[in-house]
Design a binder for this molecule. Structure first.
Ligand SMILES: [Zn+2]
Length: 296
């Protein structure tokens, strides 16, 4: 049998056959099967997951739980990050790559989320109509900032956790003084008022805004579909469009917006939704280093 010189011309089924022949006859590994790796393999709702496809030169396409994955070039192969939906009803998420290796299943394990009662000023617990309209605009602006994270990763190093002990975890349910409940979609870290808040990785400032509930907000788009956000700042130290590197001061810890005291609320959004920053920070993300000429 003659092997085609160009794997791209070969039908995937034929490619598998050729790969098998290669194994049998010790032919070069040009047709080696790509490998699919999903980390972690067992998640809670709201956890971040990274999908890696190794052993292929072509940009993969695929889905997780039916939602398209957006792959970027990694140090080895390609990676894509997705959010385990908070409202997921199934006990697994199927990760599929087109023309690639066999699908993998990520086990979804339900988690009992903490509940707490929070007392804040009445107008923040139960905002008047004018504030509710502003809150909708705030949410729209933050949502629009997520789209600015499309495109290649602007970071090469792992994400760095900000300092401070955890004062509230992701997913906690809070009942406010007026009785309404809301879910906490970030990680609260205890830090003194005025402490510098540093970018957890390189990226571009996608939003600087004074909001009703989150106070002074900075959102950084990192590429790869990843945004990080910093809430309740005493003030921000950057402007929209600023290119920041890991450790760039973004603002100062404060207690602006709906909060009971100074702390940093760190939020992380990836394709598919908000994720638990604690799980996101553990992901083995390793984007390819861009060529020097491509750097900004
Ligand atoms: Zn918070």
């Amino acid at each position: 049998m003659r092997l085609s010189p160009d794997a791209r011309d070969v039908h995937p089924v034929m490619k598998r056959f050729l790969a098998a022949c290669g194994l049998m006859f010790g032919v070069s590994s040009a047709y080696a099967e790509p490998t699919l790796v999903v980390t972690p393999t067992s998640v809670h709702p709201g956890d971040a997951v990274v999908v890696s496809v190794i052993g292929t030169a072509a940009l993969p396409h695929g889905k997780a739980g039916g939602v398209p994955l957006h792959f970027f070039a990694a140090k080895r192969g390609f990676q894509a990050v997705f959010a385990t939906p908070l409202e997921i009803n199934e006990d697994h998420i199927l990760v599929e790559v087109t023309d690639g290796p066999a699908p993998l299943s990520v086990a979804v394990v339900a988690k009992r989320l903490p509940e707490s009662s929070v007392v804040v000023e009445d107008e923040l617990a139960n905002p008047p109509k004018a504030d509710r309209e502003r809150i909708d605009l705030d949410n729209g602006a933050i949502g629009a900032a997520y789209a600015k994270a499309d495109g290649a990763p602007q970071f090469v190093h792992p994400f760095r956790r900000p300092p401070g002990g955890v004062t509230s975890t992701f997913g906690e349910w809070r009942t406010f003084n007026d009785g309404h409940r809301s879910q906490h979609l970030g990680l609260d870290l205890g830090e003194p008022e005025g402490a510098k808040v540093l970018a957890i990785n390189s990226g571009t400032v996608a939003l600087v805004r004074t909001t009703v509930l989150a106070g002074n907000v900075v959102v950084v788009a990192h590429g790869g579909g990843i945004t990080s956000m910093y809430f309740h700042l005493a003030r921000s130290l950057v402007a929209e469009g600023d290119v920041v590197t890991q450790g760039t001061p973004l603002g100062l810890v404060g207690h602006t917006g709906r909060t009971t005291g100074p702390h940093l609320h760190l939020g992380v959004h990836v394709a598919g939704g908000m994720v638990d920053p604690a799980t996101f920070l553990e992901l083995p993300l390793a984007p390819a280093t861009p060529p020097a000429t491509a750097r900004r």
